[in-house]
Every structure is written in structure tokens, then in C-alpha cells.
Design a protein around this ligand. Structure first.
Ligand code: SF4
Ligand code: SF4
Ligand code: SF4
Length: 312
């Protein structure tokens, strides 16, 4: 029996839904797993069941799963405790691995965020920021910026079949890694390496496609719909039960462009530079994208986004 602890930090809860989305294979796995701590499912308190503890305490576990980035000092302390008590740490989802959507806030100082949220938003009755909650960290951190992570499973939300594959690999002591390819490398759309439309279309404008077909759909970037496939790691197409032809990148499968949720193809890659090169090479001017910093780093802001210099 493998003991599992799970914690969630700055999250929407979608990563936990991905665990449930494993579906029937989860039933085969469950007899081998003993969940000792998982706040989304069971009421296990951090300071003892009646608050009698004086420090955060998580039971020992073989595997620790963490979702969400680190946004406050409590998240940081719990992450350190998870590292201390768990032999293997899995960071699950784009928020845990790269900060995710919450890390877009790294473009602003905390004071500006609190001011907007509690005082200046048109629909808000101005109030002081609460003082009886854990203090914000200076920015959103990915889990691996705070503790050592053994297995990274990105995706917003992550892919259930990767969760099973990773868990089974751990149970069988086999190595596990994600492909080092781009979403384009596994995308079946037709590429002519040039665009017919030099003007980018609005993201929600419909692509041209034939329902149920992907092999006669023109690449979305070439249709003038910004797609981050060239600079994003492949993997969202993975399904343990589908044929290779059926394994189409998740957004493309819905005739929508990739937004980059699997993060860079390899550590250290710079998706903004890669995307500027990719779209320029087919004839699109990247200057059309007004908010290039946030657009190209939408899910990976922990390492890349910082407050913009104030204009004088
Ligand atoms: S990675 Fe996506 S699904 Fe998971 S917590 Fe973050 S926003 Fe939600
Ligand atoms: S840019 Fe998008 S649509 Fe075009 S090949 Fe890459 S993933 Fe597919
Ligand atoms: S196509 Fe891109 S944004 Fe969509 S799920 Fe895959 S990696 Fe994420």
C-alpha cells in the first residue's frame, strides 16, 4: 500500500477534478493507495483536529501531490512540511509547475493588487485588506522554486492519463518523463509555412474547419488565429486508450488555438522568443499582439513575469 498526501495552494480545484477524471482506472489504482491527507476529500486539519497543534503537521507519505502555486506564507510552510514528510513530490498542473494563471499577477506589486481588489474596483465598497489571513508572498512561486520536485505533470487542467501513467510508474519503480516535443509536432493540421492573412484575428473568431476532421484544417496560426503550439510542450494529446490518429492536441481538437498550458518544451526555453520567431516566419507581425509579455507567458509567470517599470 502506497501512502499518498495531497495539498492544494493557489488553485481553482480543476487539478483535483482531473484526478477524479481518471475514471475507471482510478478504481484499479485505489486499492493500492492509502490517502493520509487530502483536504479536498477529507477534513484533516493542519494544526490537529481541534487546533491543538502548535505547528503544521502532515502525516508521513510515500507520495505527495501538490497543486497550485505558492501565493502566501502558509502555502510556503505547508510545501516545506510536504517535502519533509513525503518521499516523492509530484507537482500537478500548470499552477504548481509554473504559477499558472494566478502568476499573471506577478506583473504587479502586491500593494497594487490589494488596492485594486479591496479599494478601487468600481463594484467594490472600499475596505482595508484583511490582516487576519496568511501574508502574501512577494510574488507567486512555482512549487519547484521553494522545494525540490521529483515529478512534474503540467497542464491546465492536467491530463488524467498522465496522472495514472506517472502513479503506475512510481508504483512499479519505473522512470517517468513527458515528451520533449512541441504541440505542433503532434498536431495533424495542414501547414503551408505561410499565412494568407497578415492580420491576426480575434481569439474567439471561428477557425475554418470541417467538423470531425483535423487533417484538412489549416494550421491556426496560418489562419491568423494566434496559437502557442510552436513554443508549448506536447502531451495534452495523450490518451492511454486512443489510437495515434485520435491523439489530437486538446484545444486543436475543439478547433481552438493552444494557449500554452503545458509550458515550455524544455526547461530554460523562452516561449516569447520562440513564438515571435515562429509567427514572423509565416508572415505575421508579432507587434500586433499588444500584451505580448502576458500572452506568451500566460501560464508560466512564476519564473518570467515581474512588475513592469513605471512609465514617467
Ligand atoms: S492548473 Fe489549471 S486546473 Fe489546475 S489549479 Fe491551476 S488553473 Fe486550476
Ligand atoms: S500552430 Fe497550432 S494549429 Fe498550427 S500546427 Fe501548431 S499547434 Fe497546430
Ligand atoms: S493545446 Fe495547448 S493550451 Fe490546449 S491543452 Fe494542449 S497544451 Fe494546453
Amino acid at each position: 500500500m502506497v501512502k499518498v498526501a495531497e495539498e492544494w495552494f493557489a488553485v481553482c480545484g480543476g487539478c483535483e477534478i482531473s484526478i477524479l477524471d481518471i475514471g475507471e482506472p482510478l478504481l484499479d489504482l485505489l486499492p493500492q493507495l492509502d490517502f493520509v491527507h487530502i483536504p479536498v476529500l477529507m477534513d484533516h486539519k493542519l494544526f490537529g483536529q481541534t487546533g491543538e497543534g502548535t505547528k503544521i503537521d502532515i502525516p508521513k507519505a510515500d507520495v505527495g501531490i501538490i497543486t497550485g502555486g505558492i501565493r502566501n506564507e502558509e502555502n510556503r510552510e505547508v510545501a516545506l512540511e510536504m517535502r519533509k514528510k513525503c518521499d516523492i513530490i509530484i507537482s500537478l498542473g500548470s499552477c504548481a509547475n509554473f504559477g499558472g494563471i494566478p502568476a499573471l499577477a506577478n506583473m504587479y506589486p502586491n500593494e497594487a493588487i490589494l488596492d485594486t481588489v479591496y479599494s478601487t474596483t468600481a463594484s467594490t465598497e472600499a475596505a482595508d485588506a484583511p490582516s487576519n489571513v496568511p501574508a502574501l508572498t512577494d510574488r507567486v512561486y512555482s512549487v519547484n522554486e521553494v522545494i525540490k520536485v521529483d515529478v512534474s505533470l503540467p497542464g491546465c487542467p492536467p491530463v488524467p492519463d498522465w496522472i495514472v501513467t506517472a502513479l503506475v510508474s512510481l508504483l512499479e519503480s519505473k522512470p517517468f518523463s513527458l515528451p520533449e516535443k512541441s504541440v505542433c509536432d503532434v498536431c495533424p493540421t495542414v501547414r503551408e509555412k505561410k499565412t494568407d492573412s497578415t492580420t491576426l484575428r480575434r481569439p474567439l473568431q471561428n477557425a475554418e474547419f470541417t467538423t470531425g476532421r483535423y487533417d484538412n484544417m489549416r494550421c491556426l496560426n496560418e489562419q491568423g488565429i494566434l496559437c502557442l503550439g510552436p513554443a508549448t510542450r506536447a502531451g495534452c494529446n495523450y490518451s492511454a486508450f486512443a489510437s495515434a490518429e485520435e491523439q489530437v492536441p486538446r484545444c486543436v481538437k475543439a478547433y481552438m488555438p493552444c494557449r500554452g498550458c503545458f509550458g515550455p518544451i524544455r526547461p530554460g526555453a523562452n516561449p516569447m522568443v520562440d513564438m515571435m520567431g515562429a509567427i514572423s516566419s509565416i508572415g505575421l507581425d508579432p507587434k500586433q499582439i499588444e500584451d505580448r509579455m502576458a500572452t506568451f507567458n500566460r501560464f508560466i509567470g512564476s519564473g518570467r513575469l515581474r512588475p513592469l517599470p513605471t512609465r514617467r
